[in-house]
Design a protein around this ligand. Structure first.
Ligand SMILES: C[S@@+](CC[C@H](N)C(=O)[O-])C[C@H]1O[C@@H](n2cnc3c(N)ncnc32)[C@H](O)[C@@H]1O
Length: 215
């Protein structure tokens, strides 16, 4: 299945987009795992940071608030979700840029970013598109720049395995469950790849992965 310029919307159906933030807040321990992701990313003053597949821009805004002198850009393929993100960004008073574009063809020159963060997006991509997206991320990262991913991984425990049966039917999450995200990161040439954290949520076990583009 190829989906280079298409996308699966945030809650699978575009019409559910307005429900996305409440679902995330109440069911996904969103603040907790996104704070952890930002902490792992160790974003420094002056860094340029990409939030890939930013959705409603919750993480994008959190990144900017955590490091106000960083240049922060969010990108997503869905104009509908970006409209929500733009309203939220305006209300937040944060200065950040939101672009429309696809993970598989990022509209940025090589070596543009010190950090790329991406949350709950990889499991929306086909295997082929995951690989293309990883290549694109490596291309736009500066040398010694880090990729930080928060997404589903191998389910831990009976509950997570049961919920995985359902998610498998909805989204191309099989690579995640088979532990392929860190493998794909290594395949494109990122090094020091590891899983730093595992977070239990209503929709399954989230993993935080990181890897660096060699000098
Ligand atoms: C589950 S949401 C996650 C949103 C946000 N990162 C978060 O953590 O709340 C997945 C997002 O990925 C976006 N997406 C899916 N496929 C994409 C692609 N190929 N390129 C860019 N964005 C994509 C969807 O539009 C959606 O906003």
């Amino acid at each position: 299945m190829t989906r280079r310029t298409g996308y699966i919307p945030a809650l699978h159906f575009g019409w559910l987009a307005p429900a996305y933030d409440p679902v995330m807040m109440f069911l996904m321990r969103e603040r907790f795992f996104k704070h952890l992701l930002i902490q792992r990313a160790d974003i420094r003053p002056g860094h340029t940071v990409l939030d890939l597949a930013c959705g409603t821009a919750t993480l994008t805004i959190m990144i900017k608030r955590s490091q106000p002198s960083a240049t922060v850009i969010g990108i997503d393929g869905d104009e509908g979700i970006l409209a929500i993100a733009r309203r939220k960004t305006q209300r937040s008073g944060c200065e950040l840029r939101l672009d429309k574009g696809f993970a598989t063809a990022l509209p940025y020159p090589e070596e543009s970013f010190d950090r790329v963060l991406t949350s709950l997006a990889m499991h929306h991509l086909t295997s082929e598109d995951k690989r293309l997206a990883m290549k694109e991320i490596k291309r736009v990262l500066r040398r010694t720049g880090w990729l930080h991913i928060a997404d589903f991984g191998p389910p831990i425990g009976v509950y997570a395995r049961a919920i995985a049966l359902l998610l498998r039917r909805l989204e191309p999450v099989e690579d995640n469950y088979r532990g392929m995200l860190p493998v794909m990161m290594q395949e494109v040439g990122l090094v020091d790849v590891n899983a730093t954290d595992k977070v239990a949520t209503v929709f399954g076990t989230l993993y935080l992965y990181q890897g660096v583009k060699p000098a």
